[in-house]
Design a protein around this ligand. Structure first.
Ligand code: UD1
Length: 427
């Protein structure tokens, strides 16, 4: 088991690069299954969720090879149609393989993903999408089986909610279906555009990705390609929160400022000065942040649910009371109790968190409850006086590549230590 040990209370300063986007790399790696040749994914982050994805690809029969941030997938002998429960449990997002396996092999069997640490996370929209593309679906004893022996056919599909994963599964499956699919009320996250860019460079014909209506003209086959994933906007925003709460001044390189739009406004509301250039962002924090009246998480281009927890951590030291409403996931405040251990003053009422800023946080032992909640503990730990020890960091390592190194480059005093015990359970 490993822990992060943080000596907090110091200003962050300096500059660094930001990792590739987890939420782009995952669907793109699933989509490599549809290619007739090898694909190389560049800027692929070295994180636990990608390791789990690689295990699934290999279980399905792909050959994979990692060299630094390059991951090559050769799907030529991938005839597997089933993902075992152990691998499904290792990564909740493995439902992202649904459309790719179905389109490649005409059938797929998955165990029902069930709830996870941030909520129930049903997959009804994914299944409805596959049904509309012509799949037959059987759900029994914790398993889902989809089959389309005659192949998938283009369809008109309107999502009742712009689910990111359902949008991705439908785009992937429809890219090799017979005929044209029009997907309405699609999710608009930048990672969807990145997936479409990857598929288009494999020969797919997808237009409108990143907007509410996506049109996918099915093609007969896709070739392999080389694609570089976009920068992780959530990791970037997490490091900005860390700089802001410590009164710091940092510059993040190789980012796409437009993807940080709604987050930049929040930093400005707290009194931070932000300057962006074509591929970098600078943040200079005031001595004390101002509180923010109301933040509501929304689908893109609204304020992202994934940055909710680090922003709450940042606001724990702001001057005044802030309110945050989580509209996307029902159970995304589990980390709040741990922030209270660091001296934060907050309360949660259903989907609303009320944060009364305090002048000082103090170091303590805290436990990670989920990926972004864990990132919030790092942000708060950096701002707290004294030593903070964060346990169960495997949650954080699912999505953040070596945060101790990145934050070290930004002058933080944070170490990852191995405690020798092994009490980690599988999620
Ligand atoms: C993706 C991201 C995750 C992010 C989320 C919202 C990946 C790997 N993960 O997750 O980091 O927090 O988008 O931006 O990209 N829903 C249904 N039925 C469905 C699917 C979703 O009711 O079939 C609900 C969910 O329970 C949730 C909401 O829709 O309340 C949003 O989920 P969705 O956009 O699908 O998120 P994910 O794709 O799981």
């Amino acid at each position: 088991m490993s822990e992060y040990v943080i000596e907090g209370g110091h200003r962050l300063f300096g500059e660094c690069d930001v990792q590739g986007a987890k939420n782009s790399a995952l669907p793109i790696l699933a989509a490599t299954l549809l290619c007739n040749g090898k694909s190389t994914i560049k800027n692929c982050p070295e994180i636990l969720d990608i390791r789990a994805t690689t295990k699934i690809l290999e279980f399905l029969g792909c050959r994979t090879e990692r060299k630094g941030h390059f991951l090559t997938v050769d799907p030529s002998s991938a005839d597997g149609c089933e993902i075992p429960e152990t691998l499904m449990r290792e990564m909740r997002s493995s439902v992202i393989f649904l459309g790719a396996i179905l389109a490649r092999n005409g059938k797929v069997r998955l165990s029902t993903p069930g709830g996870c640490e941030i909520g129930l996370r049903p997959i009804d929209l994914h299944l409805d999408g596959m049904r509309r593309l012509g799949a037959e679906i059987k759900e029994e004893f914790g398993h889902i089986e989809c089959s389309a022996p005659e192949g998938l056919k283009g369809a008109n599909i309107t999502l009742s909610f712009p689910s990111v994963g359902a949008t991705e599964n439908i785009i992937i499956a429809a890219s090799v279906a017979k005929g044209t699919t029009t997907l309405r009320n699609a999710a608009c996250e930048p990672e969807i555009s990145d997936l479409a860019d990857f598929l288009n460079s494999c020969g797919a014909r997808i237009s409108g990705a990143g907007q509410g209506t996506v049109v996918i003209e099915g093609v007969k086959s896709l070739n392999g390609t080389t694609h570089s994933v976009i920068t992780d906007r959530i990791a970037a925003a997490t490091y900005l929160c860390a700089a802001a709460v410590t009164g710091g001044e940092i510059k993040l390189n190789n980012i796409i400022p437009a993807h940080l739009g709604p987050m930049i406004e929040i930093f400005e509301d707290t009194g931070c000065k932000i300057r962006t250039e074509s591929n970098n962002i600078r943040l200079k924090a005031p001595e004390r942040l101002r509180s923010v009246k109301l933040i509501r998480t929304m689908p893109y281009p609204g304020f992202p649910t994934d940055i909710q927890a680090p922003v709450v951590a940042m606001l724990t030291k702001a001057d005044g009371t802030s309110v945050l409403i989580e509209t996307i996931f029902e159970n995304r405040y589990k980390y709040i109790g741990e922030l209270v251990r660091l001296g934060a003053r907050l309360r949660v009422d259903g989907r609303m968190a009320v944060i009364e800023g305090v002048e000082r946080l103090h170091g303590a032992r805290v436990r990670t409850t989920d990926l972004r909640g864990g990132a919030a503990l790092i942000v708060a730990g950096l701002a707290a006086q004294g030593t903070t020890v964060i346990s169960e960091i495997r949650h954080i390592e699912r999505g953040y590549e070596a945060p101790e190194k990145i934050l070290g480059m930004l002058s933080a005093n944070i170490k990852r230590i191995d405690t020798g015990e092994n009490t980690d359970e599988q999620e």
